[in-house]
Design a protein around this ligand. Structure first.
Ligand code: HEC
Ligand code: HEC
Length: 188
């Protein structure tokens, strides 16, 4: 009886795995190598994409593609993406449900008060312009804040100003806070 059921179980299982990898959206499988199958980062240099608004993902992918946001990997990865593919990818990531699974209120929550109006205190942003910071890898946040401090034509001016007003000590605490939060993503 069990033997008889095995092929069926295997089919169901492989379909679930495929669904986890984005099913129909094959472009997304490339992204999974660095950003994880469900948009939870697989490498310290790569941010989570789960939890980012479609607005924000579209904006950043176009900046990379058009050479305005510089990064050796993302500039290459985004080359083949036209506007409709970019929208499709952003919508796919937006279709994921994101849940905060752990945070430690004693870990410098205070430090993030200045960021919470836009990014959320637990780092889940409700503002489509401002990205979710919860659970972003520490290494990525360090790089990104450094880039914001250095400034540049296509960076958000208010965010550049905020980054420039932070002391090194504050920056370290805030990064510690947001990167210590854990999030998980699900295919609903
Ligand atoms: C080889 C690894 C790699 C692959 C493959 C890759 N990325 Fe990235 N991605 C990165 C890294 C590293 C960064 C951080 C770059 C930086 O610091 O600006 C990044 C950043 C991003 C960002 C900016 C997020 C933010 O919070 O600002 C978006 C959006 C993004 N990637 C989308 C994608 C999509 C969509 C795909 C698939 C089409 C993809 N990436 C494939 C490594 C990768
Ligand atoms: C007034 C609203 C506002 C406040 C307050 C604010 N931010 Fe931002 N932040 C933004 C916006 C908008 C962006 C997206 C910029 C863009 O589109 O390039 C951003 C982007 C970022 C990024 C890049 C994230 C990524 O995924 O690449 C980091 C890191 C960041 N903010 C950290 C902070 C920190 C730390 C604070 C508090 C000290 C803070 N922000 C306060 C609006 C804000």
């Amino acid at each position: 009886m069990l033997l008889y059921l095995w092929p069926l179980i295997l089919i169901i299982f492989s379909q679930n795995v495929l669904a986890d990898y984005g099913g129909e959206l094959s472009a997304m499988k490339h992204c999974a190598v660095c950003h994880g199958p469900l948009g939870i980062s697989a490498r310290p240099d790569s941010p989570n994409l789960a939890g980012l608004s479609p607005n924000y993902i579209v904006k950043q992918l176009k900046l990379y593609r058009d050479g305005h946001r510089e990064h050796e990997l993302m500039n290459v990865v985004s080359q083949g993406l036209d506007d409709s593919k970019i929208q499709e990818l952003a919508d796919w990531y937006d279709s994921l449900d994101v849940e905060v699974t752990y945070w430690n209120p004693t870990k410098n929550e205070q430090a993030a008060q200045t960021c919470s109006a836009c990014h959320g205190l637990i780092g889940i942003s409700r503002n489509p312009q401002a990205p979710t910071l919860a659970g972003q890898p520490e290494f990525y946040l360090v790089n990104r804040l450094r880039a914001l401090r250095e400034g540049g034509k296509h960076l958000d001016a208010s965010m550049v100003a905020i980054a420039n007003h932070l002391s090194d000590e504050e920056t370290k605490k805030i990064i510690g806070w947001y990167s210590s939060i854990r999030i998980q993503a699900y295919r609903p």
